[in-house]
Design a protein around this ligand. Sequence first.
Ligand SMILES: NC(=O)c1ccc[n+]([C@@H]2O[C@H](COP(=O)([O-])OP(=O)(O)OC[C@H]3O[C@@H](n4cnc5c(N)ncnc54)[C@H](O)[C@@H]3O)[C@@H](O)[C@H]2O)c1
Length: 246
Amino acid sequence: MKVIVNGAGGHMGAILRKLVEDGNQGSTLAAAVESVGYAEGTLSSLEMFHGEADCIIDFSHPAGTKVLVDFAVKRKLPLVIATTGQEQAELDMIQQAAKEIPVFFSHNMALAAMLVSQLCKTAAKAFPDADIEIIDIHHNRKVDVPSGTALIIANAIKEVRSDATFNIGRPNNGKRTKEEIGIHALRMGNVVGTHEIIFNTGTQVLTIKHEALDRAMFAEGAITAAAFLIQQKPGLYNMNDLVKTI
Ligand SMILES: NC(=O)c1ccc[n+]([C@@H]2O[C@H](COP(=O)([O-])OP(=O)(O)OC[C@H]3O[C@@H](n4cnc5c(N)ncnc54)[C@H](O)[C@@H]3O)[C@@H](O)[C@H]2O)c1
């Protein structure tokens, strides 16, 4: 699979480029594009690329959305968008492009995070009376509480427990209710991101845990997404669609 890396001068783009150059999941580098900053061996615009490619993987900036989708549509190239923070107008452009090419768009390219959600859904269904508690652990610089991933997991569980309520940080005295899902944030040191989900039935405890060690997992997930995407028809895809095929 020949990959165009867009945003190759950025933190994630550089990690992705290295993985692709190293042949991660059978990928090879068609081109590395860095249109705003500078990085050695990169093209300064997508339009400068005239070679052969199978897909584009983008870790850049929402301001580049129009140029990106216009190029992908013109060249009929499947497009993986990992960039976050798009405004409505940019989201509309992505939707529009997905009518003509396959587009994979996810704010969390960590495949394991979505697998964890899926596993938690199964566990919550299998043990409908279990008390469920979620612990999210991150470095001491993180601002948002709970983490986006903890919320993705909690919402996935809610799909099979429609009466579930979220008790964030359990701030008040009182017994827990049957329906509640406790969500607790620990912020310390340099932890990249750990999510632990505990199901306690009273007779047994099932723990599902994911520990992120390196941001490279997002780039790896984006390559997995690209390998999935190049087999698809035009449309908008996300991690749920990918996990269903595993
Ligand atoms: N989906 C995920 O799982 C996931 C994971 C990590 C990061 N991200 C997102 O990926 C993006 C990049 O993250 P990063 O940490 O590498 O950031 P970064 O700031 O290190 O890199 C940003 C890149 O975008 C380029 N850029 C800036 N303005 C641009 C424009 N107008 N047009 C085209 N390119 C432009 C920069 O030159 C740079 O190459 C962010 O949106 C971030 O939130 C997503």
